[in-house]
Write a protein that binds this ligand. Structure first.
Ligand code: DMJ
Length: 658
């Protein structure tokens, strides 16, 4: 120090002034850049917080994705919903297109852990007007699973799920020969008399008009800032890509038709005709592409009779077929629709059970329309295998299935939420679609509902609310994803089709619980995941952990409200749906256009907009609300149509002549 002081004294006055000037300059520059530095670090620490959570229950489930339960989740970091973000911060953040809205900083200064890639090729993981992201997965985002080897009953490390970058190096098998399979049902081209006229139905005019207004508002944002892209980012007025196939536009088509929005429909149809091409070198997720795009196109064909939609559906269906070329015939999660290659996620050879068993309605219908049996054959084969597979628990299925062995993996964990949910839904719906003749489907469905009642149904201590929990290696977890709220509607649909009356009783009780998941929150909107109190001494029935407080504009509760109203005509279900719509308008509507997912349903002052509008908000949520308020019971009669898991109606097949 003394030395330094001596040297300083030896300098000329000019030299000292120059040094002092430079130091002052550096100080000023540092101060000027301080806000952006702190901002970035603040965001980073948010992310680190959840990366380092040790309590698996506190780990966020990536939006749209379902959290991996209990021990099976191991200590892997499932992306959690980040802590509450101020809108200004949200604008600086790139939201992972596939990942359930996990904010990802453009250039984090420090990276403690890395996640496996998410779905979609890197070149598509870009947001409009925004720099590259780290990559993400479907709200999908879904976390990905990292699995090295498999042992029965042993808990596996789950890192994240879904997603996939691809390595087209998986062993393949020749496609199943047509003569091994049952013959496809006879084709049934759309009869113009069977199409649904593009007219507005009558009903409580104010509520119907309010839903139509909400749709127009959402569509305006999409049209202004994301036209032809996958998803709108309504706050930053940009877009995100997942597959680069105009996801929101296609998911929305039949909603516009049903709502009588003729101009919007015509304009979107022109885009499909002129711009939509599946001849792209892009990896898509088989399940998501099937339910949203294939399902949307088939539904539009049925509603409008317009051949364009069937042609597009055929093109897409044939491009998805390579997914089934696996050793086991259980399809890979991802397909490159341009190259004709398929592969599982990089970190595993497993597929998700819900994904491989929830593409059947669409592929079966495609075969019926085209008279080409191969689509129906490949998906029927999956159901046939799952029907006899060991590892079920009174009809309940594990969440993963291996594409090499064809066996369930990560056994012992059972949920009606993410990764298993639509397996149960599609058992019933395939049975109905096919004219209630396929007994294995019915048997599996009935057995599964018995399994649900036996192992997963419980009541809360405080107010005896019935809920569906999860089972992890015989340990009950009182946790229910919002996704499970599809179940009341499915149970009611089964009862309507002649299944046991106690299914309807359970539906009524669960509908009340899903309603409570909304009304007990300060915003009147449900969290992504709820925990339920089992002790009567507990203060409240519904408890929400900080990482689970987000709302992605999901449809399941309004979907079930639609079924419950159609079958009971109890107007309370309409009132509950009306409250939900109003709260979406209050807390998620972006003034210039569009709606956004939010971070915190418990903070009405700052719900934390996430800057993302999922395509299912237009494809499902608003459609079901519209149908809920419509008095026209013939509009998509549930005796004539079956809705796929993305709310795209497909016809129930006519019975063959006797
Ligand atoms: C949709 O894509 C479908 O409803 C799917 O079955 C579950 N996830 C979303 C909506 O929440």
């Amino acid at each position: 120090m003394l030395n330094l002081h001596r040297k300083w004294k030896q300098l000329s006055r000019l030299q000292r002034s120059l040094i002092l000037f430079l130091l002052a300059l550096l100080l000023i520059l540092g101060l000027l850049s301080y806000p952006s530095i702190t901002e970035q670090w603040r965001g980073l620490s948010d992310r680190e917080d959840w990366l380092e959570l040790n309590d698996p229950e506190l780990k966020a489930a990536p939006p749209g994705v379902k959290p991996v339960l209990g021990p099976a989740a191991g200590d892997a970091p499932a992306p959690a919903a980040g802590p509450h973000l101020e809108p200004a911060v949200v604008l600086d953040v790139v939201v992972d297109p596939r990942g359930p809205n996990v904010p990802i900083l453009p250039k984090p200064p420090i990276k403690k852990k890395t996640f496996p890639n998410r779905r979609g090729p890197p070149n598509l993981q870009k947001d409009g007007n925004v720099s590259d992201t780290v990559g993400g997965e479907k709200q999908e985002q879904e976390a990905v699973q990292e699995e090295e080897g498999e042992e029965e009953g042993k808990e596996k490390k789950i890192v994240s799920w879904r997603g996939a970058m691809i390595e087209a190096d998986q062993a393949t098998e020749p496609p199943p020969s047509a003569n091994e399979k049952e013959a496809a049902a006879p084709p049934a081209p759309v009869n113009p008399a069977d199409t649904v006229p593009l007219e507005v139905s009558t009903g409580p005019a104010d509520r119907l008009e309010a839903v139509r207004d909400a749709f127009r508002h959402a569509w305006k944002g999409y049209k202004d800032h994301a036209w032809g892209h996958d998803e709108l980012k309504p706050i930053s007025k940009s877009f995100s890509e997942w597959f680069g196939l105009g996801l929101t536009l296609i998911d929305s088509l039949d909603t516009m038709w049903i709502m009588g929005l003729k101009e919007e429909f015509a304009e979107a149809r022109r885009w499909v005709e002129k711009e939509l091409s599946f001849d792209k070198n892009v990896d898509v997720n088989l399940f998501e592409t099937t339910i949203r795009i294939l399902g949307g196109l088939l539904s539009c064909y049925h509603l409008s009779g317009d051949q364009l939609f069937l042609e597009k559906a055929k093109d897409l269906g044939s491009r998805l077929m390579p997914a089934f070329k696996t050793p086991s015939k259980i399809p890979f999660s991802d397909v490159n629709i341009g190259k004709g290659t398929a592969h599982p996620p990089r970190w595993t050879s497993d597929s998700t059970v819900a994904e491989v068993t929830s593409i059947q309605l669409e592929f079966r219908e495609l075969s019926r329309l085209t008279q080409e049996p191969q689509y129906q054959e490949v998906v029927n084969e999956v159901m046939k295998m799952v029907h006899t597979l060991p590892g079920k628990h009174d009809g309940l299925v594990p969440m993963f299935i291996n594409t090499n062995s064809g066996q369930f993996t990560h056994k012992g964990v059972f949920t009606l939420g993410a990764r298993a949910d639509s397996y149960y839904e599609y058992l019933l719906k395939q049975w109905i679609q096919g004219g209630k003749t396929e007994d294995d489907l019915l048997e599996d469905y009935l057995q599964a509902i018995e399994g649900v009642k036996k192992h997963l149904v419980r009541k809360t201590g405080p107010n005896m609310l019935t809920f569906i929990g999860e089972l992890s290696h015989n340990r009950f977890n009182a946790k229910m994803d919002h996704l499970v709220c599809f179940l009341p509607g499915t149970l009611a649909l089964g009862a309507h089709n002649g299944l046991p009356g106690d299914h309807m009783d359970l539906a009524v009780q669960l509908m009340e619980t899903c309603h409570q998941m909304y009304v007990q929150m300060e915003t009147g909107l449900s969290p992504e995941i709820a925990h339920f109190s089992l002790q009567s001494s507990d203060g409240r029935d519904v408890v929400v952990k900080p990482a689970d407080r987000h709302n992605l504009l999901r449809p399941e509760t309004v979907e079930s409200l639609f079924y419950m109203y159609r079958f009971t005509k109890d107007t309370k279900y309409r009132d509950w749906g009306w409250d939900i719509l109003q709260n979406f308008n209050k807390y998620t509507k972006i003034p210039d256009g569009g709606y956004t997912s939010i971070n915190n349903v418990r903070d009405p002052v700052n719900p934390g907009p996430r800057d993302k509008m999922e395509s299912f908000f237009l494809g499902e949520t608003l459609k079901y609300l519209y149908l809920l308020f419509s008095d026209d019971m013939k509009l998509l009669s549930l005796d004539k149509y079956i809705f796929n898991t993305e709310a795209h109606p497909l016809p129930i097949w006519p019975s063959p002549p006797k």
